[in-house]
Design a protein around this ligand. Structure first.
Ligand code: HPA
Length: 251
């Protein structure tokens, strides 16, 4: 089964049918999610920040969320995030599917293996086949709207938050090779890998990273970009499922 994790600006799934909210108890606490149908396909929608949004990025219960999805038999996760740009070429409204992560977070419960020695390979934090499938859906959407900026690769720098970064931090992240900056890819991606779940990310750039414009980040200006961006994300997810439907399974 497929799960979609919604981020900032995507706390409700307009278009999801037969929604049944559920509270799933896990050894790490409760996860709050919804069962629903999208294009007749049963899936799970999990608004990462809660509904209404109340868990800031550093307090999201990532372990409960991923453990709940695993308990429900989810095998694939599409993780949606709102991000800032680190690459100055990326305009607000651009879409990036990260293929790499640099983790700048600290103090988050970041593993299911606290009481035993267990290492996972994490060379490629996102699942290649699932990424390719999602990228194909985005490319189809881009054909319909040439004004859309879409990058099928990028490095997601995950900061601790909840404050935004300083200009010097964004410069450092650019030197590190980051493309975008957000606060929620980690430890979510790690935990998905620890549970053996396929995981792909789709990020919407909602603002220029700190210092890129020589201006303070315009938090009020983010909302409009976010609303439009998340509407496009829903279109991309519909195309993703339509392609699967036509192919009779994952393509
Ligand atoms: N920094 C970190 N996280 C974010 C940003 C940002 O500029 N914009 C949206 N999420």
């Amino acid at each position: 089964m497929l799960a979609i994790i919604g981020g900032t600006g995507f706390g409700e799934y307009a278009g999801l049918a037969a929604i049944t909210p559920a509270v799933i108890a896990t050894p790490y606490g409760n996860a709050y999610l919804q069962h629903g149908l999208l294009h007749q396909v049963p899936l799970v929608f999990l608004p990462r920040h809660g509904q209404p949004a109340s868990f800031p990025p550093h307090r999201v219960n990532y372990r409960a969320n991923i453990a709940a999805l695993a308990q429900l038999g989810v095998s694939q996760i599409l993780a949606i995030t709102a991000v800032g740009s680190v690459d100055p070429q990326l305009p607000a409204g651009a879409f990036v599917m990260p293929d790499q992560v640099i983790d700048y977070t600290y103090g988050r419960a970041q593993t299911f293996f606290d009481d035993e020695i267990h290492h996972i390979d994490f060379t490629y934090p996102y699942t290649q086949a699932l990424r390719a499938e999602l990228a194909a859906a985005l490319a189809t959407l881009q054909c319909q709207d040439q004004s859309m900026v879409f990058r099928p690769r990028g490095v997601y720098g995950c900061t601790q938050g909840p404050r935004l970064e300083t200009a010097a931090e964004i410069s450092r992240m650019a030197r590190d090779g980051c493309t975008i900056v957000g606060m929620t890819a980690m430890p979510e991606a790690t935990l998905a890998r620890e549970k053996g779940l396929e995981y792909a990310g789709l990020s919407v750039v909602v603002n220029a990273g700190a210092g890129i414009n020589d201006q303070a980040v315009d938090l009020d200006g983010i909302t409009a970009v976010m609303v439009e961006g998340m509407a496009r994300v829903r279109q991309a997810l519909s195309i993703f499922l339509e392609r699967r439907d036509q192919a009779g399974g994952p393509v």
